[in-house]
Design a protein around this ligand. Structure first.
Ligand code: ZN
Length: 279
């Protein structure tokens, strides 16, 4: 799943490589996929995309907004998998869920693994789409201050009980995060995934806010996670500290064996010494 750092990396690369290219042919997938959401029929998508020019793409949380000028915006949201650029003459993947072929012979394909939105909106209407409309601040937004974050925690305390992992991964409370980056954030903050947010001390709130901002910025600076590919099929430069790959290995801080649990929709790796339960 592309999280915010991958969306920032991919849109940045699209702007360097694809901006200004004119669509010769746009196609929704040649491989039907139950969990790919589109708001257009294939023929309609093809008709609307043809002849339009790629504008400046932006990342918002786990969503990418790519203008097809004039008048339209292609929205790729909650995707994971491959979003790849193909030089003129290159062989395209056998299966894809979205294809844009450009008049210069180059192409872009999107192939998602689990699910994802691939939608074409009239410009401006994308802002009304569920999940984009009302999206909470992401860790790279200037609104994501400690004051804002602490207020969010206070607001959540009025509702159902929630853990730190729940805060980081559920309902896009912190837009752009997902299960991958969240594990490193919890390690850096020294917090157990099940730690109740109601029991965060003021100092732990500070540490957690700082870990969120620093980790997301670092992953972006390194071009995304090494377990995701960029626009050119190259892995990102950020090696995760806590992942299924590092489970059972020694913690880089203290040498304790890294544990892996299934918790809140997905595995979660943590160091039982650096991230003790019930503190
Ligand atoms: Zn440790």
């Amino acid at each position: 799943m592309f999280e915010l750092p991958e969306c920032v990396t991919l849109t940045g690369q699209m702007n360097e490589t694809l901006r200004g290219k004119v669509v010769r042919r746009g196609r929704l997938g040649n491989s039907p996929h139950k969990f790919v959401w589109s708001n257009r029929k294939p023929a309609e998508f093809e008709r609307l995309a043809r002849g339009r020019t790629l504008g400046t793409a932006t990342a918002r949380g786990r969503w990418m907004l790519i203008p097809l000028e004039p008048g339209y915006v292609l929205v790729l949201g909650e995707c994971g998998g491959r979003l790849l650029y193909h030089e003129p003459g290159a062989t395209l993947p056998a299966r894809y869920h979205l294809l844009l072929q450009f008049v210069d012979g180059s192409a872009l394909t999107v192939t998602t693994q689990m699910w994802g939105a691939m939608e074409l909106f009239e410009q401006g209407k994308e802002q009304e789409r569920k999940y984009i409309k009302g999206m909470r601040p992401t860790p790279v937004d200037k609104e994501f201050t400690f004051r804002y974050f602490s207020g969010l925690v206070d607001e959540l305390l009025k509702g159902e009980k929630r853990s730190v992992k729940g805060l980081l991964t559920q309902e896009q409370l912190i837009a752009g995060l997902g299960n991958s980056v969240a594990q490193d954030i919890m390690f850096r903050a020294g917090l157990h995934p099940r730690h109740p947010i109601a029991e965060l001390s003021p100092a732990q709130r500070r540490t957690l806010h700082s870990a969120i901002v620093k980790t997301v910025r670092e992953v972006i600076a390194r071009g995304g996670r090494s377990d995701e590919l960029d626009l050119f099929g190259k892995p990102g430069g950020y090696e995760r500290i806590m992942s299924s790959k590092t489970a059972d290995r020694p913690c880089p801080e203290c040498g304790t064996r890294i544990e892996k649990i299934a918790y809140l929709g997905g595995t979660c790796c943590f160091c039982p010494k650096c991230q003790p339960a019930g503190t």
